[in-house]
Design a protein around this ligand. Structure first.
Ligand SMILES: [Zn+2]
Length: 401
């Protein structure tokens, strides 16, 4: 895929992109996830070459400052257009950061080079760029916000998964998503966004949905689930609807994307544990036996991508062959069981931690059998509980402060 940098070696290849060579392949990957390139923002003003050419550029970026990005394009790398502001599609302030998406104007003829600058000179803290084909008719049509969604979720998620559903993260409606399927496969992805993310998972979900719906022109977010590094599971496209995450292989395929970039860094234990719990639930719910034929990494389908990155790819086998595990769950309260303590960190002696939910409930899923110390700290008090967990056992370990 096809972008390389002729002037420096600083180009960072993105993982959900290609790979082994710069062979010519079409840019418009129909109904596959975006093929992003992460640019070193400092070097983004240098001309970039796109092997297969492009008509537009899609942007997903985070910025500490308000910035206006401008793009100049060229067919030959010699004659350049004037810099033109990219059109901002999504712009959301969160934790002092702006999570944004945008798209460049469509060029009349195919361009092969682009360069980028910002009006203030300040570049984004994180920047993904995707070369795109011509505008599709569906684009720039706001999702039908006025259409009352009549979709009713068919799949109810168990409490221990703590799924943040579409309503909770304020998803835009997706009335154009009509195709249903019966899931038989699951595919693991990564989103190539920062691992230590200052954008919370819900805001990240809105940004990704905006990109997929309003720039790619898809009916909804391409993935069915996002998994945060803190273990939060976000419901993306309804799992009973056909997704958009593996070109040509979307029917019956559930897309599970870890938020982050796992080319060089392993995903957190928390995110893996929650993903394992989700995969377990889905495999039971849809009667999908977990094998190396039906729980795959994106790269198993095509050599055009390295998604989900080596470090996450190496963990898929753990999700695929769950050994017998147990759970430790409990509630935490102060003085009497009615006074639950939410948002309290609970740690295990193996370093894994979680927090109590609004009901003061916590759970550790998919723990291998063995001895555990469970540690809770509230104000100045520390309580510990040592237990031996058997396979397929649920231990209740509640704490009273
Ligand atoms: Zn992928």
């Amino acid at each position: 895929m096809l972008i390389h940098n002729r002037t420096t070696t600083a180009l960072v290849w993105l993982s959900c992109i290609a790979l082994y060579s710069c062979k010519a392949t079409p840019i418009t990957n129909n109904q596959s996830e975006p093929i992003f390139q992460t640019l070193d923002p400092a070097a983004a003003h240098e001309g970039r070459f796109v092997n297969d050419g492009f008509y537009r550029l899609g942007f997903l970026y985070d910025s500490a400052e308000t910035i206006q990005l401008e793009v100049s394009t060229s067919k030959d790398g010699k004659i350049w257009t004037n810099f033109q502001a990219i059109k901002t599609i999504h712009n959301e302030q969160t934790n002092g950061m702006t999570a944004a998406t945008g798209v460049s104007a469509t060029t009349q003829k195919k361009s092969f080079y682009y360069r980028l600058r910002s009006v203030s000179g300040l570049m984004p803290n994180h920047l993904n760029i995707e070369p795109l084909g011509k505008q599709k008719p569906a684009e720039n049509v706001a999702p039908e916000f006025k259409v009352q969604s009549t979709e009713r979720r068919k799949v109810g998620y168990p409490e221990h998964l703590e799924v943040t559903d579409r309503h909770a993260w304020d998803a835009a409606p997706a009335p154009r998503c009509q195709s249903k399927h019966t899931p038989r496969l699951m595919t693991i992805h990564h989103t190539v966004t920062p691992n230590r993310d200052s954008i919370n998972a819900a805001a990240r979900a809105r940004q990704i949905q905006s990109y997929h719906q309003l720039i790619r022109g898809w009916c909804d977010m391409g993935y069915h689930f996002l998994i945060g590094q803190d273990g939060e599971i976000i419901e993306g496209r309804r799992v009973e609807k056909v997704g958009a995450h593996v070109g040509g292989k979307n029917t019956s395929n559930i897309g599970i994307a870890f938020l982050g970039d796992f080319r060089y860094e392993a995903p957190s234990a928390k995110s893996l544990a929650k993903a394992a719990a989700l995969v377990d639930f889905l495999s039971e719910y849809f009667s999908i036996e977990l094998t190396s034929n039906n729980l795959l990494g994106h790269r198993d389908y095509t050599n055009r991508t390295l998604c989900p990155g080596n470090e996450l790819y190496a963990k898929i086998d753990e999700l695929r062959s769950p050994s017998p595990t147990g759970r430790i769950v409990g509630i935490v309260y102060s003085k009497s069981p009615e006074n639950r303590i939410p948002n309290l960190e609970i740690r295990l002696s193996n370093g894994v931690s979680t927090t109590t939910n609004r009901s003061g409930y916590y759970s550790f899923e998919n723990l291998h059998p063995g001895p555990y110390r469970i540690i809770a700290r509230f104000n100045q008090s520390i309580l510990e509980n040592s237990r031996y967990l058997e396979a397929d056992e649920t231990i209740w370990a509640s704490f009273k402060f």
